[in-house]
Write a protein that binds this ligand. Structure first.
Ligand SMILES: C[S@@+](CC[C@H](N)C(=O)[O-])C[C@H]1O[C@@H](n2cnc3c(N)ncnc32)[C@H](O)[C@@H]1O
Length: 233
């Protein structure tokens, strides 16, 4: 809403902070935080080209926020909270920095099986490297079931907690390496310890998997995400 103060947790390359800055307009403000400075480089670059008052971006851990109590009207977090082992600390900080009647919304992934991008990548990597004994991608889906994150929001003191399931299908051209950033991010530890030459085999396996699901050069990527939101008393 115009004029609001928004905090975006785990902003990464800048979304949804940059979109929020357009919505709050010149009378509002948006502050994005991320734990990893390198992740914010793209966000900061985009903010300098922003048409209007740009969002600010700061390196910070969302379990220990560098803001005064009651500083924000809204808190957003897209695909970030699942990376934080101490979810309760993150939600306690969210509640602390929000004003009375403020609103917080967290977007998380639904089940792995409902997300074509991740299932195909997982199968391709497993084909080349075998089963992952550490199940490194499991934490990404820790809030995939209805009610899990909602209960934690309620425990943290938020009211009127709601949950929305989103199931769009993205259609992406097969000839673009749309999968590369997700492969690098989700499977980084496995790729880093893989024997030399396996990276090429993984790339080939991934390309073959997406060719298998493509229709006339276009890959339908089914997505399942949840938005869990709540309000301050
Ligand atoms: C999948 S990215 C999401 C980025 C962006 N919100 C988006 O939707 O494109 C997850 C981000 O969470 C950040 N992150 C992980 N743990 C964090 C923490 N404790 N505090 C702040 N950010 C964290 C990572 O550095 C990464 O940039």
């Amino acid at each position: 809403m115009p004029g609001e103060a928004v905090l975006d947790l785990a902003s990464g390359a800048g979304e949804p902070a940059l979109s929020a800055a357009k919505r709050v307009g010149p009378g509002g403000s948006v502050h994005g935080v991320d734990l990893v400075e390198a992740m914010l480089a793209g966000a900061i670059r985009r903010a300098t080209a922003f048409d209007g008052p740009p969002p600010l971006f700061t390196v910070a851990d969302m379990t220990a926020l560098p803001f005064e109590d009651g500083s924000f009207d809204r808190v957003t977090c897209r695909f970030g909270i699942m990376f934080v082992p101490d979810t309760k600390a993150c939600l306690a900080e969210t509640v602390r920095v929000m004003r009375s009647h403020g609103k917080a919304a967290f977007m998380v992934w639904g089940p792995l099986a409902d997300n074509t991008l991740f299932t195909e990548l997982d199968q391709a990597v497993t084909e080349v490297l075998g089963e992952d004994p550490n199940h490194a991608i499991d934490p990404l889906f820790r809030f995939d079931q209805p009610g899990v994150l909602a209960s934690l929001l309620e425990e943290a003191g938020l009211r009127n907690v709601t949950e929305q399931s989103l199931r769009p299908t993205a259609r992406v051209p097969l000839d673009k390496p749309f999968w590369r950033a997700s492969l690098d991010m989700l499977f980084a530890p496995r790729l880093a310890s893989a024997p030399e030459g396996d990276r090429e085999r993984i790339n080939a396996a991934v390309a073959s998997h997406f060719s298998g699901v493509a229709v006339e050069g276009v890959c339908p990527l089914h997505l399942h995400a949840r938005i869990v939101s709540g309000e301050m008393p």
